[in-house]
Each structure stands twice: as C-alpha cells, then as structure tokens.
Design a protein around this ligand. Structure first.
Ligand code: 5GP
Length: 211
C-alpha cells in the first residue's frame, strides 16, 4: 500500500493590489515557475493597452456582451473598477480546479469579497503593497500610456484600494521583485500542504495505523 490515493484539491490564489504595485509582474513570474498554476483570464470592457493580447491578458469585450454575461451568471464575480467592468468567467476556473490545478486571480477587493462569499475554503488571498507613495507614482507614470487625469484618478483610487489590506490572508510589501515572487511561492507551497486540501489523507493514515 502506498500514498497514491492522496490527491490535492486545487486552490484559488488571489493577488490584489493598487495598480502599479507590481502585481502583474509577480503574476507572470509565478505562472512561469509553477506549472500547476493556471491564470484566470478576466473579461473587461476597457480598451487594450499597447502590447496587451486579447484572450491572454484579458478577454476584451463590448459593454452589451458584458452585461449579458452578468445576467446569465457566467461570472464567478464581477465589479466596476474605474469606468470599466471586469469579470472572472466561471467555466474555465471550474475546469482548472476539477483537473487538480490551482488558479491565480488578479482581481480587486470587490471581486475578492464575492469569491470569498462563495468559495472560502478553496481561497488564499494575498495583498501586494508598493514600498512607498513615491514609488507607486513612479510606476504609474512609467507606464506612460495613460493620460495624466487617468494617472491622478488611479493615485487617489490606490488609497481607497489599499484600505482593504486587512481583509487579506497575507500581505507583501513589494520592495524587491525576486523576494516578493519567492514569498508568494512560499505561500502557495505551504497552502498546498494544508490538511484539508489533502483529500484521501484520512484513509491513508488509517491504513498506516493498521486500522
Ligand atoms: P487594469 O485595468 O489596470 O488591468 O486593472 C484595474 C483593476 O481591475 C486591477 O485592480 C485589477 O486587479 C482589477 N481586475 C482585473 N480583472 C478583474 C476581474 O475579473 N474582477 C475584478 N473584480 N477585478 C479585476
């Protein structure tokens, strides 16, 4: 007899932060390093930024279609952020979890609250903070793709967004990218070993004990 019957329940790893804290860079590195982790690609009504790929960074869809999908219950969660709608398509997440994969979500605090209300035992939430206001502003400007008024709006929204940090399981200050990536990987690895996620463990231990 061996441990072959023990399998793991997939978990849902949420990363939230104000825009510009470095969350997308952390997400990309995580996906490269963790083959068992799949990204949840959100749908949004906002226009693509240069370099963004439809179907990879987001599913870019029209407002009418978004509203229809909301009405049909096709999203696990959805929220209006700035002037646009964002939502997490339900089906791919369920398929990934069912096949034993973990799913990474880059969603805001509103979406996190909605997912938490429905799927708390499967959920692990991480909030990423910038190291300083100056650095946050520098990173928002560094993108140089959004008009000044959008940057100012994001700076003030960042303050609101950051007020939600106590709602998260883990908090990371992104001073050094490599350290932040290693920290999120440590969280993921530890959470995978949680007793409740190891399905079949009770039978395995009973057999070990000769019970
Ligand atoms: P951006 O437009 O800069 O890509 O994203 C703006 C904000 O929307 C970020 O805080 C991001 O986490 C959030 N966001 C992206 N996709 C989703 C989603 O599917 N649901 C929710 N609730 N927020 C999202």
């Amino acid at each position: 007899m061996n441990d072959a019957a023990i399998h793991r329940r997939g978990l849902m790893l949420v990363l939230s932060s104000p825009s510009g804290a470095g969350k997308s860079t952390i997400s990309k590195a995580l996906l490269q390093a963790e083959p068992q982790l799949a990204m949840s690609v959100s749908a949004t009504t906002r226009t693509p930024r240069p370099g963004e790929v439809d179907g990879k960074d987001y599913h870019f869809i029209a407002l009418e279609r978004m509203k229809g999908m909301i009405d049909q219950g096709e999203f696990l969660e959805h929220a209006k952020v700035f002037d646009n709608y964002y939502g997490t398509p339900r089906a791919p997440v369920e398929a990934a979890l069912a096949s034993g994969k973990d799913v990474l979500f880059d969603i805001d605090w509103q979406g996190t609250q909605q997912v938490a209300a429905n799927a708390r035992p499967d959920l692990v939430t991480v909030f990423v903070l910038p190291p300083s206001v100056e650095e946050l502003e520098r990173r928002l400007r560094g993108r140089a793709q959004d008009p000044e008024e959008v940057i100012q709006k994001r700076m003030s929204k960042a303050a609101d967004e950051m007020s939600h940090w106590p709602e998260y399981d883990y908090v990371i200050v992104n001073r050094d990218l490599d350290v932040s990536i290693a920290s999120v990987r440590s969280i993921l690895h530890a959470e995978r070993l949680k007793r409740v996620r190891q399905v079949g463990m009770a039978d395995f231990v009973n057999k070990l004990r000769g019970a």
